[in-house]
Design a protein around this ligand. Structure first.
Ligand code: SF4
Ligand code: SF4
Ligand code: SF4
Ligand code: F3S
Length: 397
């Protein structure tokens, strides 16, 4: 075991190999949970590109599930959290004779990948009733909530899959930090499946090897984003090099601290960072994204909610979903003039990609609601239509 620095936990930990702390380019991405609509376009973009072959039918290298109840394999995070002593990483808590603490899910746990989609958490309400929200106590958190969690391999800096493989079939590329399984070396020992805390390696019963997200490396080598990111309808995903201070990813994670890693307490230093949902119980989010530290969640949510007053954050948020090229850096033009302020994006070679307004112009087109006889938006917003169960048009939708 080597003694290694974990940047996300800000402490020294152990890892079976002496991997570098720094890569010139580390593949990483930010996913903005607040904007995901669970359309699964990302899921199908990956499936139709990489996992349509024999033996891959059950593989979802990208999946989007509803938290807190849904996931694939079912309950993978709750199960590992219940096994992991608090304050220890999965490497530090490894049982005698193993390098990593983990488990292999049963086949049934992989069934029904969409189970609990859109299932909320919170006090139950009767049919036809609306939930009362006490806005005086909290303007951002409802009693009842769910959110979508977009999951792919995290191309971890301390990959548990790599640590566990007895064949040394898994490697992390020096040029971009992408973690790959060598299909020639793999003998199907499944230790990687046992070890990956995110359960993002899958066994192929036809090739008798394990397979996982390849970070779309052929596209990365051309300076392009991944398929799941390029196809995202909600424009919630942005890919880049977290090690480069000029990168928008570096800004979101290290400067604004608005994007946080998923279950950093596992100790693998995952490289997908999430902008947490603003309407969800802070304690729950702290367990998932803050290593139980609620102040990290409060800071991220407050910063995100304040984006309209923070020109750099707003500028970087405009970069999501704008191009298939990887954005290497950006600059803000006319910073002092909000009406004209723009952000200019550059590719990894410093070539200009595009210029976009930071404060997009919003035009409101009003149409008359014939049934309510309303033409004024403020009047419409002030109507307490939720309480009136007899409103005739309500039943039309
Ligand atoms: Fe969410 Fe984008 Fe995937 Fe749709 S394509 S489910 S918006 S991450
Ligand atoms: Fe390996 Fe899992 Fe990390 Fe991906 S998410 S690099 S499969 S440990
Ligand atoms: Fe699939 Fe590529 Fe996205 Fe990985 S990065 S989940 S291989 S589309
Ligand atoms: Fe190693 Fe996993 Fe193959 S443990 S041998 S990469 S199935």
């Amino acid at each position: 075991m080597s003694r290694v620095w974990n940047e996300q936990l800000k402490r020294w930990t152990t890892y079976p190999y002496d991997l570098p702390d720094h890569y010139d380019f580390q593949w990483s991405a930010v996913f903005n949970i607040n904007r995901c609509i669970a359309c699964q376009t990302c899921t199908m973009a990956c499936k139709s590109t990489w996992t349509f072959g024999k033996g891959q039918e059950h593989m979802w290298w990208n999946n989007v599930s509803t938290k807190p109840y849904g996931d694939h394999p079912r309950g993978f995070d709750a199960k590992l959290l219940s096994m992991l002593p608090k304050g220890k990483t999965i490497f530090e808590a490894a049982p005698e004779g193993e390098r990593v603490l983990g488990y292999i899910p049963d086949d049934i746990e992989y069934d029904y990948p969409n189970a609990f989609e859109d299932s909320p958490c919170g006090p139950h309400i009767g049919a036809g009733q609306y939930q009362e929200i006490d806005v005086s106590k909290s303007k951002t958190q409802d009693k009842q909530w769910f959110f979508y969690l977009q999951r792919i391999c995290n191309h971890c800096k301390k990959p548990a899959c790599l640590a566990a493989c007895p064949r040394k079939a898994i490697y992390k590329r020096k040029e971009d930090g992408i973690v790959l399984i060598d299909q020639e070396r793999c003998r199907g020992y499944k230790k990687c499946i046992m070890a990956c805390p995110y359960k993002k390696t899958f066994y192929n019963t036809f090739t008798k090897t394990s397979q996982k997200c390849i970070g779309c490396y052929p596209r990365i080598e051309q300076g392009e984003t991944t398929r799941c990111i390029a196809a995202c309808i909600g424009k919630i995903r942005l890919l880049g090099n977290i090690e480069d201070e000029k990168s928008p990813i570096h800004y979101l994670v290290h400067k604004a601290k608005v994007a946080l890693p998923l279950y950093p307490q596992f100790g693998t230093e995952p490289q997908i960072y999430y902008i947490p949902p603003r309407w969800v119980n802070t304690k729950f989010l702290a367990m998932m994204f803050g290593n139980y530290d609620e102040s990290k969640i409060k800071h991220a949510v407050k910063t995100y909610m304040n984006a309209r007053h923070d020109i750099e954050l707003l500028a970087v948020l405009q970069l999501f979903g704008t191009t298939q090229q990887i954005i290497g850096s950006y600059e803000i033009i006319d910073r002092g003039n909000p009406k004209e302020a723009k952000v200019r994006a550059f590719d990894l070679k410093g070539q200009e990609l595009f210029v976009v307004s930071i404060y997009p112009k919003v035009e409101v087109h009003l149409t008359k609601d014939e049934q309510l006889n309303i033409t004024d938006a403020k009047q419409l917003a002030s109507l307490d239509i939720r309480r009136d169960a007899n409103t005739p048009w309500r039943n039309q939708y």
